[in-house]
Ligand binder design. Sequence first.
Ligand SMILES: NC(=O)c1ccc[n+]([C@@H]2O[C@H](COP(=O)([O-])OP(=O)(O)OC[C@H]3O[C@@H](n4cnc5c(N)ncnc54)[C@H](O)[C@@H]3O)[C@@H](O)[C@H]2O)c1
Length: 338
Amino acid sequence: MQSILVTGGLGYIGSITITELYKAIGKYYKIIILDNLSNSNIQVLDTITSIIGEKLDLYIVDIQNQTELKEVFKKYKETNPINYIIHFAALKAVGESVENPIKYYQNNVVGTLNLLNCAEEYKCQNFLFSSSATVYAPGEFVDEEAPFKPSNPYGETKVVIEYLIRSLSKKGGRYLCLRYFNPVGATKDGKLGEMPNKPNNLFPYIEQVAIGNLQQLYVFGNDYNTHDGTGIRDYIHILDLAEAHVVALQELIKRDEKKENYYDYFNIGTGKGFSVLDIVNEYSKLVPIKYQITDKRAGDVAILVANPNKTKEKLGWVAKRGLTEMCQDSYNFIKSKQ
Ligand SMILES: NC(=O)c1ccc[n+]([C@@H]2O[C@H](COP(=O)([O-])OP(=O)(O)OC[C@H]3O[C@@H](n4cnc5c(N)ncnc54)[C@H](O)[C@@H]3O)[C@@H](O)[C@H]2O)c1
């Protein structure tokens, strides 16, 4: 049996993707998790185990540590060689990346270089990369051919890695970059959702307000050129995003079995934009969300919404869930954690 290595697999997107992946192809592939717990905690493994009914192998390893990373590849070489990598591990706080670019380049770029180095040494040529909409300039209905124009160091790290992947793909192998827009929400049973060590994104903040841990939400800027002055984003339900990974990995598997070379990059979004206040209003149908307008944040942009057409045409994937479901599942999740 071959293995799929999931870096950052105890994080928000990684953990939920693992449960969906296990349901879809867990019978045929061994799933190995690697995480350094910098933005997650070990209990997530127990939750994954309770959902899928099997305890997966977990390595508490930092991808910046090439020696420890190699040990993981070596361990499985004879029995369950790592043939696929889904690479989620990264730091992702835009504001922090503006304050500390070196930390972001070090963790995200150097870490990915190490990982790709190990992959090359152990002949693993199937790589699925978590890229981001932050590689683009602001815009509506942005397609994949829009030029790279990141507004902050976090986005720059994704661009550098995408360039590296493009160059590597010319030597052969199968590489996919998925550019996520704004994943939100949680699993239906409320077991897995976003539980950052420090909330940075909109929904984790709103959740803390919803359960009374924070008094109010700070809305960063209300003079953007949008219908209500607050920033507009393309929010995507986390289960839709997890399903996109299953589809993308199956595409890699199909191409690998035929020994075809493959390289592509896809937007993973809904194509619909909502402002911060649209979200506050929708969420307030479930529980009142107090908010206060404050200064704009460095590195933020007015509007960023995906054109999802290429993903639909080439991967056959479309987002199915809407904003009401995103808010409901998010609230359900945070209530169950109280
Ligand atoms: N959540 C979003 O809004 C969003 C949007 C676009 C792209 N992405 C990308 O998706 C990926 C997953 O994001 P997420 O929301 O699940 O974030 P997350 O912080 O919940 O998960 C990332 C995981 O990677 C781990 N990690 C970080 N650095 C590591 C390192 N050096 N070695 C080993 N593990 C490390 C963290 O502990 C965490 O468990 C990231 O690459 C992120 O940049 C996220």
